[in-house]
Design a protein around this ligand. Sequence first.
Ligand SMILES: Cc1cc2nc3c(=O)[nH]c(=O)nc-3n(C[C@H](O)[C@H](O)[C@H](O)COP(=O)(O)OP(=O)(O)OC[C@H]3O[C@@H](n4cnc5c(N)ncnc54)[C@H](O)[C@@H]3O)c2cc1C
Length: 390
Amino acid sequence: MNVVCVGAGPAGLYFAILTKLREPGAAVRVVERNPRGVTYGWGVVFWDDLVNSLRHSDPETTRLILEDANKWHDQEVQVGEAKPARMGGYGYSIGRARLLEILTARAESLGVTVEFDAEVGPDETFPDADLVVAADGANSRTRAQYAEHFAPTIESGRNYYIWLGTRKLFDIFTFAFEQTSAGWVWLHAYRFSNEYSTCIFECSPETWKGLGLDTMSIDEGLTLMQKVFARELDGQELITQIGPTGRPWLNFADITNRAWHHDNVVLMGDAAHTTHFSIGSGTKLALEDAIGLDRAMRAHADLPSALAAYQADRAASVAVRQASARASTAWFENVAEHIKTDPVRFSYALRTRREQPAGLSWLLHRATQYRAGQIARRWVSTAKRKIRPA
Ligand SMILES: Cc1cc2nc3c(=O)[nH]c(=O)nc-3n(C[C@H](O)[C@H](O)[C@H](O)COP(=O)(O)OP(=O)(O)OC[C@H]3O[C@@H](n4cnc5c(N)ncnc54)[C@H](O)[C@@H]3O)c2cc1C
């Protein structure tokens, strides 16, 4: 069997590993646009459920990941000067760069060819491949190439966020909310190595514009965040990498696809679906997709049956997570309302946000987006009819 994985993120690399474990004679290539060792993003969190899934599929990769993972205990919610509330719990975190390094080394040790600095073009096909795995992330070109078959839906979140690093070590998973002249800004922070923590800042579009973050340079924006969160950062600097879009502040894109496979091309990980970063699940789902497709390939001798079984199995699991993620997104889009209560009630609401129904303003926003989409689609189809030759 000849397999090509587009993208050396967690999904592409882990599927390559599992393919080699299942079928050592298979030719497996992973094609990645970035140079070796270069990636976007800082640390990611995960929990025991992922560790268990990984342990069943490849104990060696699990051992290597756990050797490097940081274990965090407890969660804290800080609202301005108020006494922080503790919420308990524990989990793991690991630097994204380190995770990819581990997966790449494991894949190569099994005989996978990982090609770096190899960008796949918009119309590129792999005629010799029996299976092409589109693991090229949220902005997947492969998904765009076959969009009429996959029928993706991409909805942009309201809030703006930026994914940064810092040398301030947050041993406790921390949510901190600070009020500014233009509204609330908050951070999600956790340590992922002996040197660094992840720091994700988020705010509403009104606050983002009100603070001038839309026109400031990246350095000015970081200086402002350092000032607003001086209490939490203990004077440590914020460190940036610009992501694949080249824009420092982004809106989260909620992605779903009606079909996950077309001929011998299959979507995996963020290319197939996304979940808001506030529930820390995207990497887990990407790795579990790889496990799901591997399981389907073991169970079905022919590729079309395996791909259909993969979609049926994974789409159901992913839908549950996406529902939680949407509840969490909606909660963070309504921080200004929730934060009017006292800090303890607010912290409890934060902890249980995944179970809460969406707020009114979020529903209105979504309805407006849906209506705007309908109008745009109608406009395009009228325009197409008008320019169609007689
Ligand atoms: C702010 C933030 C925080 C997050 N925190 C967490 C967390 O705590 N826990 C968690 O589980 N998840 C987290 N996630 C989500 C997680 O990062 C993603 O869900 C995960 O990386 C998806 O893996 P993937 O392999 O599908 O895609 P990616 O990791 O995006 O990998 C895709 C790869 O494809 C490559 N590529 C793209 N286009 C091409 C091309 N044309 N040719 C060749 N290569 C290409 C890219 O360079 C990239 O290396 C977070 C995400 C964000 C934005």
